[in-house]
Ligand binder design. Structure first.
Ligand code: SF4
Length: 325
C-alpha cells in the first residue's frame, strides 16, 4: 500500500519513508501546533499519570486523532518512555514499528537498523540515497537560513526554530516545503538586519510553550543557535545516509551533544545560554552536565504543560537578561 500516513516520535531516517511513497508525520510538531492542552488532558483521562512528560501524553492522543496508518516509535536513542508509548498505541489498535539508534553509536549497528527499516518499507539503499540527495537540496537552503539567523541577522530565532524543527518531516511534503522556504527566503533577503541585542543559545528539546521565542524577543534578546532543532535539519550534509544519522547528536549522550554545542557557541558569539528541560524528563539529568561544561551565563527553564509562559518564568527570563545584559 502506497502513501501511508506514518507518525513518528523523533527524527529518524525519513528518507526511507519518502522513498517508499509514504508520508512521515512528526507527532511532536502536530501535537504542539494543534490543540495541545486538550491532547495531553485526553491522555490523562486514559490513565497516563500526571508525572509523565506532557510530550508523551500529547503525542499519544495526537497519534490517535491524526488518521495514521501506523507509527514508527524510536525506542532507543530518544525517550525513556517511547517503548511504553508504543505499547499504549498498540493497545489502541494503531500498528507500531520500533526503530533503534544503537547506544554505542556504532556505524554497523546503525546501518543494520536502517536496513531493517528499508526491508520493512520495501525500498533499496539506492532509493534511500536518491531520496536523501533530494532532501539535502532543501537542507542546504536551511543551512543558509541558519546563517541568516546568526550571521546576517535577517531571520529571527523564532523563525529559525520553526523552519528547522519542521525539517524533521518537511511537513510531510518536501516539494511544498521547499516552495514555502524559497518564498520565505526571498522575502527575508529584502529585510534590514535585526537590531543587535543579547545573543542566546537555546539548548534542549523544543519548548512546549509556543510563546517562548516571542517573549525572549520582547525582552530585547534573540536566539542565534537552536541546538536540537538544528540537529533535526541534519546540517552536516554527509553524503552517506548512515554517516548522516551517525552525526545526528540527539540520540546519543550529552557528551556527543557537547561536541556540537561548544564550537557552535563560540562560532556564533553567543552571550547567554537558555537550557530548556521538560518536567519529568530524563534529559534534566543531562542538563546538570551541560551547566557544568558550558562557561557562559546559563539559565535552566523547566516547562511542563502546553500553555503560555507563566509569570514566574517570565520574571526569571527578565532578571537573567538584566543581570547579564
Ligand atoms: S521531553 Fe523528555 S520525557 Fe518528554 S518526550 Fe522528550 S525525551 Fe521524552
Amino acid at each position: 500500500m502506497k502513501n501511508k500516513r506514518v507518525g513518528f516520535t523523533t527524527s529518524f531516517p525519513v528518507e526511507v519513508l519518502f522513498a517508499a511513497g509514504h508520508t512521515p508525520i512528526d507527532l511532536n510538531n502536530l501535537f504542539v501546533g494543534g490543540n495541545s492542552a486538550a491532547h495531553a488532558r485526553n491522555a490523562e483521562l486514559k490513565g497516563f499519570p500526571r508525572t509523565v512528560c506532557a510530550w508523551i501524553k500529547g503525542n499519544f492522543d495526537t497519534a490517535l486523532h491524526a488518521n495514521l496508518d501506523e507509527v514508527v516509535a524510536i525506542v532507543v536513542g530518544d525517550c525513556a518512555n517511547s517503548a511504553s508509548l508504543s505499547s499504549m498505541l498498540t493497545l489502541e489498535g494503531l500498528p507500531t514499528l520500533p526503530f533503534a539508534y544503537p547506544p554505542q553509536r556504532s556505524r554497523d549497528a546503525l546501518d543494520a537498523s536502517i536496513r531493517q527499516l528499508e526491508e520493512r518499507y520495501e525500498v533499496t539503499r539506492h532509493q534511500t540515497q536518491k531520496t536523501k540527495e533530494r532532501l539535502d537540496e532543501i537542507r542546504r537552503k536551511l543551512i543558509t537560513l541558519d546563517e541568516w539567523t546568526w550571521k546576517e541577522r535577517l531571520v529571527t530565532g523564532a523563525e529559525n526554530h520553526l523552519w528547522l524543527v519542521s525539517s524533521s518531516d518537511f511537513n510531510g511534503d518536501p516539494d511544498r516545503f521547499e516552495e514555502e522556504l524559497d518564498r520565505f527566503m526571498e522575502s527575508a533577503a529584502q529585510r534590514d538586519p535585526l537590531p543587535s541585542g543579547l545573543r542566546c543559545a537555546y539548548l534542549g528539546v523544543p519548548p512546549i510553550h509556543r510563546d517562548l521565542y516571542p517573549r525572549i524577543a520582547d525582552l530585547g534578546a534573540d536566539v542565534v543557535f537552536n541546538e536540537v532543532q538544528r540537529q533535526f535539519s541534519m546540517p552536516d550534509l554527509l553524503p552517506d545516509i548512515v554517516d548522516q544519522y551517525l552525526a545526528f547528536t540527539y540520540p546519543y549522550s550529552v557528551f556527543e551533544r557537547l561536541e556540537d554545542i561548544l564550537p557552535q557557541l563560540e562560532k556564533r558569539a553567543v552571550d547567554l545560554v537558555i537550557s530548556y528541560t521538560q518536567s519529568f524528563c530524563h534529559l534534566q539529568i543531562d542538563n546538570i552536565i551541560l551547566k557544568k561544561k558550558i562557561a557562559l551565563p546559563f539559565l535552566t527553564l523547566e516547562g511542563d504543560w502546553p500553555e503560555p509562559l507563566d509569570n514566574r518564568t517570565l520574571l526569571r527570563l527578565e532578571s537573567f537578561f538584566e543581570v547579564h545584559g
